[in-house]
Design a protein around this ligand. Structure first.
Ligand code: AMP
Length: 403
């Protein structure tokens, strides 16, 4: 793994730490519906406090309009939840980029960093301002590490010391173990709505793996590319050609892409739509494919059973509707029952894992969606790259001090 400065390497006493966490938690009407991400950060916060530092926490939540405060994207509920876990009131700070008064508290949470103009564009002025708030910057948010933004990238250029938090380090360790030298056969399952969001990973994967299982709208586009009638199913017309190319190229690398042999269809996208199992050559003009069928599931089970490494991102069908959830459920159970090293990541995949209660039997669940996919592609994640650069500078500085 790459060289990164860790909290344990640093003397934090009497310092102010700017901590980037990922509190992009699911919310409904201002209420947090799953606080896993908040709970996960408590050990990091405690470790920094025990080191004798004060903490300014920054995070984003959703995609608000830049430069504008919007209550529906406020991190105030997160400040409250954090306060409950830590047994102290955590102030939420609205205008924080020009300085924060911390004489009366040890931790503050800044309002949604995406309310700040320049965050998303990695603006230099904003990055400098963030760096000036602290003596040490710690990035602990793996899920945003594929984005070069002020709070994930720019700030690390200007902070006196930039380090990686334990959540980020654990995530890198687990993904490196599973993906850099994986045991074979390697099976990837890529499902979900659209090829476009996963095209680059699909184009990279077949060179590295033995079997690629496709599901969801992605499988529909590939079925179309293979010449099947898919009726009114969700698919991307523009990407049929790219999918054809992937099917063709994969064979050159001995990567098998088994397309569904049967599917579950409905007449419209509705939770009460009647589900019908059909063979893949029976699809009519008005059918919508919304899950894989039982024969396909049996085939997938065999593949999963034989795998030594499994990577999973994206559901096989519309698992939110019970009548179309079976493919994803059976896949989740098969992965959980397998002895392979299994890694799963992405928002909908985590939701499916939790719906089918298989958390305990997946080897590693990544918090990242986009970051997880880019790591799979073998891309250098910008927020990690800048921390590595900062680590090299820090090591050189420490050596100089010792001489
Ligand atoms: P993604 O964010 O790309 O991983 O897509 C996840 C979403 O894809 C879930 O909300 C699923 O309901 C949806 N999905 C999966 N299969 C299908 C399908 N066959 N047709 C329409 N939507 C689907």
């Amino acid at each position: 793994m790459s060289i990164l400065v860790k909290i344990a390497d640093l003397d934090l006493s009497n310092k102010v730490v700017l901590l980037r966490e990922d509190y992009n938690v699911p919310m409904k009407d201002g209420v947090i519906s799953d606080d896993t991400r908040i709970v996960a950060t408590l050990p990091t916060i405690k470790q920094i406090l025990e080191g004798g530092a004060k903490i300014i926490i920054v995070s984003h939540l959703g995609r608000p309009k830049e430069g504008e405060y919007d209550k529906s994207f406020s991190l105030a509920p997160v400040a409250k939840a954090l306060g409950n876990y830590l047994g102290a009131e955590i102030p939420i700070i609205k205008n924080w980029t020009n300085g924060i008064e911390m004489s009366n508290c040890n931790i503050v949470l800044c309002e949604n960093v995406r309310f700040e103009k320049g965050e998303v564009t990695n603006d230099d002025d904003l990055s400098r301002k963030m760096a000036q708030l602290c003596q040490v910057y710690i990035n602990d948010a793996f899920a945003t590490s594929h984005r070069a933004q002020s709070s994930t990238h720019g700030v690390a250029k200007y902070a006196a010391v930039s380090a990686a938090g334990p959540l980020l380090i654990n995530e890198l360790k687990a993904l490196t173990r599973g993906l850099r030298k994986p045991d074979k056969p390697i099976v990837a399952v890529i499902g979900g709505a659209k090829v476009s969001t996963k095209l680059t990973v699909l184009e990279k994967l077949y060179e590295k793996i033995d079997k690629l299982i496709l599901g969801g709208g992605i499988a529909n586009t590939f079925l179309k590319a293979a010449g099947y009638e898919i009726g009114k199913s969700l698919y991307e017309k523009d990407l049929v050609e790219a999918s054809t190319k992937i099917l063709r190229e994969a064979t050159k690398y001995n990567c098998d892409i088994p397309l569904p042999v049967d599917v579950v269809t409905g007449e419209n996208f509705h939770e009460e739509t009647v589900a019908t199992i059909k063979s893949i050559d029976e699809i009519g003009k008005n059918d919508m494919i919304m899950d894989v069928g039982p024969k396909t599931i049996e085939n997938l089970n065999k593949i999963i059973n034989e795998a030594q490494t499994i990577v999973w991102n994206g559901p096989l069908g519309v698992f939110e509707f019970d009548q179309f959830a079976n493919g994803t459920k059976r896949l989740a159970n098969a992965i959980a029952a397998s002895n392979a090293y299994s890694i799963a990541g992405g928002g909908d995949t985590i939701a499916a894992i939790s719906k089918f209660k298989v958390e305990k039997n997946i080897s590693y669940i990544s918090t990242g969606g986009g970051a997880f996919l880019e790591f799979l592609e073998g891309k250098k994640l910008p927020a990690i790259a800048i921390l590595e650069e900062a680590a090299r500078a820090w090591i050189a500085m420490e050596k100089g001090r010792e001489l």
